[in-house]
Ligand binder design. Structure first.
Ligand code: HEM
Length: 441
């Protein structure tokens, strides 16, 4: 970790606009210019310390030093994350809620979401055979909305699929400072929360009875540390937190499809899947491509680190994208090399696309396991179960857009299904057969 003393300051008085304009390049270009993995700046008028790399992430995810209360920018509460949910909680309140989220993620339920998503994908692929061109990312968004709502126990009507998909995408695609995208996402959040409040009330009053292992049932019946039901608004925000983020996966699935196209040798390796190659491939897609730029927290109590005085309530920003590509942790960090995961030691702090540290103790993403499983299954499906061509299109992606995506949203044509059913993906994993019945409820 490079630390210059005294800790340098970014050249601009307040970096908010530079962060919005430079996106994923902002932190890395300042670190390069200033020759330091720690630098000071101001964000939205507040003094902020930006830190990058594995050692920085291990500090950032140490609950002794940081809290989340008041750290999240207001616009994100109105759009992506909501007000009062798990992201802004600390201490026992956070642990209690986190246990609720992780209780949804049993091995059986992870297999369920994989199966539901693959079955939706397989049904869509039959339609793609009749279409001239398919905008893959948009199709994947509908597939994931259908699957995750089903998984979460939400009563999604066929007539609502388009609306709910658009709302979820708007909420996920909202964190870059564009006024138009902010407005769309804020309206989407209001609509989703209103929908969820009705569902939660119906569950609590016994009118609607989803299975007890679903997110809808679990959140509606969850009792806080005070022994009472979550208030209706908080319950709606946290129920949304249990399925909305699945739409983030559509961005990484589009990037994965791009990687299969741009690194054609990966296609055969995915088909053979030796040494669980599809897992390594999914991991590299999550490490390499830009999705989460940074996370913010506030200092809990004064402390000194690398000679720098972190003062209580100071804003600290962890460079997520830069940590995933930090040269201290990764060889040839700016190259796409799935095999790097073959001997990876699995540090919880060098690869933090979905947060770092321990899932149970800290704020690391509750949906990380399902993200990896769904991505891995989709990449296998794209290479084993269908064939397609990739017509000329703009496959570039903009590092100043947050979140980023292939500009064309990845268009495919001439889709042909190569297998009648997706059983090769659902019921055979690494040469072992899985009993179908054990995964149906
Ligand atoms: C590409 C997919 C995803 C990405 C990039 C992603 C990213 C993240 C990030 C960066 C955090 C915050 C870490 C922190 O606060 O330090 C987070 C937290 C969280 N994610 Fe995800 N996520 C994804 C998928 C999912 C899925 C599929 C779910 C559930 C269905 C989910 C549920 C959550 C929850 C509940 C939290 C809050 C955890 C806490 O505060 O303790 N995420 N995620």
């Amino acid at each position: 970790m490079k630390v210059k003393t005294p800790i340098p300051r970014a050249k601009e008085l307040d970096s908010t606009l530079s962060l919005i304009n430079e996106g994923f390049n902002f932190m890395s270009s300042r670190r390069k210019e200033l020759g330091s993995d720690i630098f000071e700046t101001r964000l939205m008028g507040q003094k902020a310390v930006c830190i990058s790399g594995e050692e920085a992430a291990s500090l950032f995810y140490d609950n002794q030093y940081f809290k989340r209360k008041g750290a999240m920018p207001k616009p994100l509460k109105k759009t992506l994350l909501g007000e009062g949910g798990i992201h802004g909680r600390d201490g026992e309140e956070h642990h209690h809620l986190k246990r609720m989220f992780l209780s949804m993620m049993t091995p059986e339920r992870l297999e369920d979401i994989k199966r539901m998503a693959i079955e939706e994908l397989d049904a869509k692929a039959s339609q793609w055979e009749t279409m001239d061109t398919v905008v893959l990312m948009e199709e994947v968004q509908e597939i994931l909305t259908r699957a995750i709502c089903h998984w979460a126990g939400l009563p999604l009507k066929e007539s609502e699929v388009k609306q709910r998909t658009e709302e979820l995408v708007a909420m996920v695609d909202s964190f870059n400072g564009s006024i138009a995208r902010f407005k769309r996402a804020a309206a989407a959040r209001q609509s989703q929360e209103a929908w969820l409040k009705d569902i939660i009330q119906d569950i609590r009053s016994g009118v609607f009875n989803p299975p007890p292992y679903t997110a809808a049932y679990i959140v509606a019946n969850h009792r806080g540390t005070d022994g009472k039901f979550l208030d209706l608004h908080t319950a709606a925000v946290d129920l949304n937190n249990s399925y909305r983020p699945m739409l983030a996966t559509s961005f990484l699935i589009a990037f994965g499809a791009l990687a299969i196209h741009q690194y054609p040798e990966t296609k055969m390796k995915l088909q053979k899947d030796e040494n669980n190659y599809s897992h390594m491939f999914a991991q590299e897609v999550r490490r390499y491509y830009p999705f989460t730029p940074a996370m913010a927290a506030k200092v809990k109590k004064d402390f000194v680190w690398h000679g720098y005085h972190f003062k209580k309530n100071m804003m600290v920003v962890l460079d997520i994208f830069g940590t995933n590509r930090h040269p201290d942790s990764w060889n040839r960090p700016d190259e796409f090399i799935p095999e790097r995961f073959e001997n990876w030691k699995g540090s919880p702090f060098s690869f933090v696309q979905q947060g770092g540290g321990d899932h149970y103790v800290g704020h690391r993403c509750a949906g990380e396991w399902m993200t990896v499983m769904v991505m891995q299954a989709f990449f296998k499906y794209f290479t084993e179960n269908i064939s397609y061509t990739v017509p000329p299109q703009d496959l570039s992606y903009d590092m100043t857009r947050m979140p980023s995506m292939p500009k064309s949203r990845f268009i495919i044509s001439n889709v042909q299904k190569l297998k009648e059913t997706p059983d090769n993906i659902l019921y055979r994993e690494h040469g072992q057969s899985i009993v179908r019945a054990s995964y149906s409820h």
